[in-house]
Design a protein. Sequence first.
Length: 519
Amino acid sequence: MSLRLSILSAVAAITATAPLLQAAPPSRPNIVFVFADDHALQAISAYNYRGLSLNQTPNIDRLAAQGAIFRNNFCGNSICSPSRATVLTGKHSHLNGVTAWQKFDGSQFTFPKALQQAGYQTAIFGKWHLVSNPTGFDEWMVHPGQGSYYNPDFITPQGNKRINGYATDVTTDLALDFIKRNKDAGKPFLVMCQYKAPHRTWQPAPANLNLNKDRKYPEPATLFDDYAGRSAPASKHRMGIDRHMRMDYDLKYPADKIFELGRMTDDQRRDFMAAYQEDNRAFEADPPTGKDLVRWKYQRYLRDYLACVASIDSNVGRLLDYLKEAGLERDTIVVYSSDQGFYLGEHGWFDKRWMYEESFRMPLLVRWPAVVKPGTSVSQLTQNIDFAPTFLEAAGVAVPREIQGVSLVPLLKGESPPWRDALYYHYYDGPGEHGVAKHYGIRTERHKLIRYYADADNTWELFDLEKDPNEMKSVYDDPAYAAIRGELTKKLDQLKTQYANPIRTEAEEKAYLSKQAGK
Ligand code: SGN
Ligand code: CA
């Protein structure tokens, strides 16, 4: 055991034996699950990710200060619908049937269904993105597809409905209204408050349009990555800030081309276009070129992305303030997370999908005053397959054997149970809209082994995350790493067996998925 590990275990052991701050937890706590879309942990100040300090998120940070921050939480397949299906089922994509954009089979086991059967009032509002209608919810109002930032539409059991306002505010209003109505009903509740933001094309709320206008963001070290140290797939991407981000649609130059302009009110449209006018004129007068143009795009991208995050943060504040005011704070678990991470210029990119750190990671913050000690920091390797069993255990509901994740409740209590030493990942949507090759892999605390298994890309990468945290140089062919490579290859095989995902080649993938679809 390394020195660091032994110190960690010693600390964990001390924490585990320390008395909890409060008496026994309520057997059926309320659950408020706040889930954003594409919110990278580089954009949550509590993480202080690589000391970047891109923004401040004081309300999300309250969850870390008053509860637990998971520092090594990851998804199993870094895109929207697959991550959402995994959160609901506690299973990896190949078993829940959503490896990419398939219709979610709502007849399968989900944790909201189990909570509903156990007497919880359940609701979901905002982004759903699983094609079929939600099941297991007493109330639901979800955006069609990706949803819209301005005056969003909702599908509801009573038909479609448009609600005027900014989506992040509207979704919070719906969640708050549900909480208020259930407060006195005597039944515990689960509400999933799922924001469309900060998904592409990053449209800030009217009040935040000028929020970041004069800020200058630090550039990531890898903004001008040339992909030389990795195998071919990285350089075949179509998600570069330089070549693939659109000036009009993504970056609002000019500001009258974004898709949503048509659904805005006259006032909203006027304010939206006015917010970019001055800077767009300056650009026009003296257009930057080459690297300076990439820098300009990066700044404009972050200005809007982080303004969308600012609305999320203030709405998390509204939820937390209400829980306190209503006397619900102690008996309510509040979770903040996002379906996957995102690139904020690292490797020159936007979007996600890769098993590289920034898109593989998912933020996870949990406040549960009755159980979690303020300021708890969890460093174990956790994953979105663990969410469902956590909620089930917290609610006192049995965890079915078929679930692949493990409850995080012991970690929340500060205990240090025997824990996994490796995570499995599998991305199926390649090459897709952003040119990311299909791949699977394994990550341990220190190393990451990735296999690109499509016929056109067949290749491997190995990273030493301690020596190369930015994943700039694969050491797969370095003789010094031969032993590690052998160990990880074996372990990856074991994980494939453990998670029942036998796919090794593109042909096997096709056969496996068509068999599943035909079931
Ligand atoms: C849209 C976006 C993509 C994004 C996918 C998936 N293009 O297609 O950039 O990767 O959604 O996002 S856009 O032109 O429509 O903005 S996900 O969050 O649903 O996985
Ligand atoms: Ca997403």
